[in-house]
Design a protein around this ligand. Sequence first.
Ligand code: ASP
Ligand code: MG
Length: 414
Amino acid sequence: MKVFKFGGASLKNAAGVKNVVSIIRQHGPYNVFVVVSAMGKTTNALEKIHSLATSGQNASSQITTLNDYHQEILRELFPSSHPVYQAVASLFKELEAQLATPGEFDQVYDQVVSIGELISSVIVHHYLLAQGESSHWLDARTCIATDACYREGKVEWAKTTTRIQALKPVLAKNIIITQGFIGRTDTGYTTTLGREGSDFSAAIFASSLQADSVTIWKDVPGVMNADPKRLPAATVFEELPFREAAEMTYYGANVIHPKTIKPLANKGIPLFVKNFEDPSLPGTKIHECTVDSLPPLIVFKDNQCLISCKVTDYTFITEEHLSTIFQALSSLDLRLNVMQNSAISFSFCLDFREHKVLSLIQKLQQQFEVFYNTGLTLITVKNYDAATSEKYRNHAGVLLEQSSRSTLQVLVRL
Ligand code: ASP
Ligand code: MG
């Protein structure tokens, strides 16, 4: 059996839904397990709605816009008497109800933002049924058990695996359609698995079902050695070892969610990245393999912040200083992307999550003189060669540079 994951870009309008359903039908009529994201930019819209509502502002015009967007898709796909309208309307009611329920910020966020995936899965399910397919709609929250770490739910694997395995008889007779990105706590609250987490959901389902493969359908022809929007000469990898793909995601290549590879590699389940606009393209196969001489892989990570902590009393940077810095980072759940030290200062770069980074800086200021710059881009060149090394080392505006035998990183102001 196969697991497919379709992201928001593939479902951004009615033509997208038709295309997705036609791809699914080519692999049916059963043993296809489909994970979908919210349509288009719905998750961003829901984030905005949540932040307006929780800051006491009126979100009703944003809700209307989001509803109109889905209604337009529905009208192109279904006659006006179809039950799908009722199903979508009740999810919008649920959205309003969640916004009106008091609760802690991140907890309410998950109750609100998860509705995007519920809506899109309901629409795809009904469209599959309308095409005569036996589609089974699954509420992913009844399978994916997580802790109560809202916005970053940690999966409880044992429970989750057992629940998913119970779906095998259903899958043997149906196409299953479910949501990515969402799970549920023991106490019945919805959780989300982190932005772009639908890939990870697909990997959880695939690993629990010991699927033959997972395919992530994207708007690019496969995994490329650079973002083609930034470097038009980028080329597609035919195949990649799991380890290489995992490292790419670590450096910020956002073609696959970072948590996706591990469960698949552990079970030896190949991951295909294919183009939904042209499914005949070969795409990229990520699996256990060795590829000699991979081309340089270039990853741009924007929105970086460089922080330097300087000791103020003529001592040098000691292990105690480092330990203070790392404790502050870990207590805020922040991750470093690059670090470097000198005699009297320790510098590091991390994603600029404003709220958290500013509280980190405040903490560090109690002990160090702290300097910071925002709006930077971290360029990582994995498997660099002479030409890429020359090019990026001499890039304009380099603030920090670091290299190992295989990987070069420069932090620049673009
Ligand atoms: N819809 C969610 C997001 O935009 C999850 C996903 O697309 O994977 O982050
Ligand atoms: Mg997405």
